[in-house]
Design a protein around this ligand. Structure first.
Ligand code: GTP
Ligand code: MG
Length: 221
């Protein structure tokens, strides 16, 4: 049974440079940077949503590093994710092919079987340089049972919708929206004050992740 407040883990995966960090930064902080540093470890940000008028849904949004040398770490993040956003760059055909040839297989192997999937065609502002046929990508999304969303982190296009639609699917509710300062909801498990949506980010090294896994194993067995 759902409580009045729950956390929902979403992970973004895809090749380096497709815009995973930029999408999160736009959604959580309404900031876009042309010169973002390539990610080297997993980080998370939070954003609070309201569904069914007064229930709280805390999105725990995990960013991963797309560079090949960090890939072995990524699977740790989607192991317990409720949703995965597979991001490709519409101007780079190989970033779409890698979704098909690598990332989807990773999710199938390491993610939960009922994970919600979304295929995100990022950099839609660069439509003139498009190298991936949108129709083909839409068909592929259907094939893998994923939602399909063109987005632009630069123009803030499609980003909020992407996260809200995923949350709708997760909660089974049509009534999902961003929390505003006017919301008179209170939940004792929220350590931040109502109105604060970005609860910071943490960086976990490989050692820390291993430790986290060990603690979990100890707790469960
Ligand atoms: P890794 O951390 O290396 O895995 O890459 P990433 O997927 O996090 O990509 P990142 O967000 O760092 O973006 C890479 C580059 O693309 C940066 O220069 C961004 O400014 C740019 N970028 C991201 N999203 C968009 C977009 O929607 N449109 C345009 N034009 N540029 C974008
Ligand atoms: Mg990044």
């Amino acid at each position: 049974m759902r409580t009045n407040s729950e956390s929902f883990k979403i992970v973004l995966i895809g090749e380096s440079g497709v815009g995973k960090t930029s999408i999160i930064s736009q959604f959580v902080n309404q900031v876009f940077q042309e010169d973002v540093e390539s990610s080297s470890s997993g980080t998370f940000n939070s954003k609070t949503l309201i569904y069914d008028n007064n229930k709280i849904l805390k999105l725990e949004i995990w960013d991963t590093a797309g560079q090949e040398k960090y890939r072995s770490l990524a699977s740790m993040f989607y192991k317990e994710a409720s949703a995965a956003i597979l991001v490709y760059d519409i101007t780079r055909k190989e970033s779409f092919e890698q979704i098909q040839n690598y990332w989807v297989g990773q999710i199938k192997e390491n993610g939960p079987t009922n994970i919600i999937l979304a295929l995100c065609a990022n950099k839609s502002d660069l439509i003139d340089e498009e190298k991936v046929d949108e129709e083909q990508a839409r068909n592929y999304a259907k094939e893998i049972n994923a939602m399909f969303y063109p987005t632009s982190a630069k123009n803030d296009s499609g980003i909020t919708d992407l996260f809200l639609q995923i949350a709708k699917k997760y909660t089974n509710s049509d009534n999902v929206r961003l929390k505003t300062d006017q919301d008179e909801v209170f939940d004792s498990t929220l350590s931040d004050s109502i109105g604060s949506q970005n609860r910071g980010s943490v960086k976990l090294t490989k050692e820390e992740l291993n430790k986290k896994d060990e603690v979990k194993k100890k707790k469960c067995c």
